[in-house]
Design a protein around this ligand. Structure first.
Ligand SMILES: [Zn+2]
Length: 138
């Protein structure tokens, strides 16, 4: 999915639940933002965008900014956000619902399989994380 101007607007919008009017292309785009306290003094910003069957997850932690896998988005998608500091914990369940049927869910399930397999080569784990990161970024 292209990173459209309306998504950028939401990225810089306030912490509260942001309802963005539909993009010019038609389908309703829904967005939710969370703040998660990680290792940095400032909490990381997580933005989840549901656009039709596509789920995009963005995190501004160092790994996320480089398009890499990060645990912040995964813990939220798991419904167990560690270090959530925004006051919208009840909206985590919405993001978990958004995950269903997306390529992000498929990639996450594949990663879980590799993680459980103690005999899996490390390269498989790296590949699964990379695939998941790609799915979240698009
Ligand atoms: Zn992150």
């Amino acid at each position: 999915m292209a990173f459209r101007g309306c998504h950028l607007a939401a990225l810089f919008a306030t912490l509260a639940f942001v309802r963005i009017p539909p993009c010019a292309t038609g389908a309703e785009v829904k967005e939710l933002k969370f703040l998660v306290k990680g290792s940095a003094p400032q909490p990381y910003e997580l933005l989840f965008i549901k656009d039709g069957n596509s789920l995009t997850a963005i995190c501004n932690c160092p790994a996320g900014e480089h398009g890499n896998f990060c645990k912040h988005r995964i813990s939220l998608l798991d419904g167990k956000p560690k270090g959530l500091v925004s006051d919208n914990a009840e909206q985590v369940a919405v993001v978990v619902e958004w995950l269903v049927g997306t390529d992000v869910e498929t990639a996450l399930l594949e990663l879980r399989v590799v993680e459980k397999d103690k005999a899996a080569p490390k390269a498989d784990l790296v590949a699964a994380k990379r695939k998941l990161a790609r799915a979240m970024n698009s």
